[in-house]
Design a protein around this ligand. Structure first.
Ligand SMILES: Nc1ncnc2c1ncn2[C@@H]1O[C@H](COP(=O)(O)OP(=O)(O)OP(=O)(O)O)[C@@H](O)[C@H]1O
Ligand SMILES: [Mg+2]
Length: 333
């Protein structure tokens, strides 16, 4: 296999790790609508990659191409070292896919769903039972195992979905919006499950609408917009791309507000809320100088909040028609 087909990347430990997924110039259109417009990806084995994008950005389309459910119109894609176009069986043997919409059959029990998957993977009856029991246990579904899956809650169905994906012991799994519709507790549980998979060395390709999720889980994040990768990097790298860091100082005394507004440089006034906002990286040094100034002037502020840009800022900046807002959002944390 030529080296261009199996790109490698250097890891912190100095070893080159083979790419689990790589694409070059991947394209897909429906009619005259270009859904994926020359997508390049490189996902090292054993890492978590998150594809973010607004509704209709092409996330599911990318997952479907990489998992050989549909074919691309152009470009190349390798998954687990196999070309999706010329060696789809090789790809299928290495991957597991949990689609955006559940693959669970509601009319049969959770256990039967699992055994069906074991059959599809040609496991022996005995091995199928062993794997099923193990996964039901791991996903906390033992009690529910004998009940029809349609009686499961959304979170249980999602867990069963992922358990079914794991029956074939895939080395690479695609999770298309694994936590959409889950409550915060179930979402955190799902994150735990995904982290466990990663610690077992599985490569995870996930799509999500939740920036927090990408921030929590992903080693690298790509933001898909209008069929192109608008930005790619670690969560921290992406956050550095956008402005949005600021300090907000709120007063209850109008005269304190006015004297601070007159004296502090580079502030944006919010006369109604008696609040001032200034760009800031939130560093200790900058905060201290603001506090020192307030002290020296004898001005008492009621509240000082620091806003650091988060992935929401990145998302809005990169997917809002390509315009990076110059005004930070009113959003303190
Ligand atoms: N089979 C199809 N025929 C025609 N157009 C399609 C087809 N599948 C997807 N599309 C279009 O391709 C675009 C991308 O769809 P896709 O499902 O990949 O988006 P997505 O990023 O997964 O969105 P969501 O966040 O809503 O799941 C959309 O405009 C969609 O309407
Ligand atoms: Mg989708």
């Amino acid at each position: 296999m030529p080296s261009s087909v199996m790109p490698t990347s250097s890891r912190a430990d100095g070893h080159a790790s083979p790419a689990a997924v790589s694409t070059v110039g991947l394209r897909k259109s429906y009619g005259d609508k270009t859904v994926l417009d020359s997508i390049d990806l490189h996902i090292p084995a054993g890492s978590v990659f998150a594809l973010l994008g607004p509704n209709g950005a092409g996330k599911t389309t990318a997952v479907k191409i990489l998992s050989t459910l549909i074919s691309a119109d152009g470009g190349q894609a390798q998954v687990a070292g196999h070309d999706v176009a010329t060696s789809p069986d090789g790809v299928r043997a290495a991957i597991g896919v949990t689609g955006q919409f559940s693959a669970v059959d509601g009319l049969i029990t959770g256990e039967e769903n699992m055994l069906l998957m074991a059959d599809l993977h040609h496991l022996s009856k005995r091995e199928g039972r062993r794997v099923t029991a193990e996964l039901l246990e791991r996903f906390d579904l033992v009690e529910a195992a004998k009940k029809p899956a349609q009686s499961y809650s959304g979170g249980m169905k999602r867990r069963l979905d992922i358990a079914m994906t794991l029956v074939g012991s895939p080395r690479i799994i695609f999770l298309d919006e694994p936590t959409t519709g889950l409550d915060p507790r179930s979402r955190h549980n799902m994150w735990g499950i995904i982290r466990e998979l990663v610690s077992d060395g599985v490569t995870v390709f996930l799509t999500t609408q939740y920036l927090e999720e990408a921030d929590e889980l992903a080693d690298r994040i790509a933001v898909l917009n209008d069929g192109r990768i608008a930005a790619e990097g670690s969560a921290d790298e992406l956050k550095r791309l956008v402005p949005g860091g600021h300090v907000r100082i709120r007063f209850s005394d109008p005269s304190a507000y006015r004297s601070a507004a007159a004296a502090l440089r580079e502030v944006t006034r919010d006369d109604e809320a008696l609040a001032l906002q200034m760009p800031s990286d939130g560093s200790q040094r900058e905060l201290r100088s603001i506090l020192d100034w307030l002290d020296a002037a004898g001005v008492e502020a009621d509240e000082l909040t620091v806003h650091t840009p988060d992935l929401d800022d990145v998302f809005f900046a990169l997917t809002g028609g390509g315009k990076v807002p110059n005004q930070p959002k009113e959003n303190t944390r």
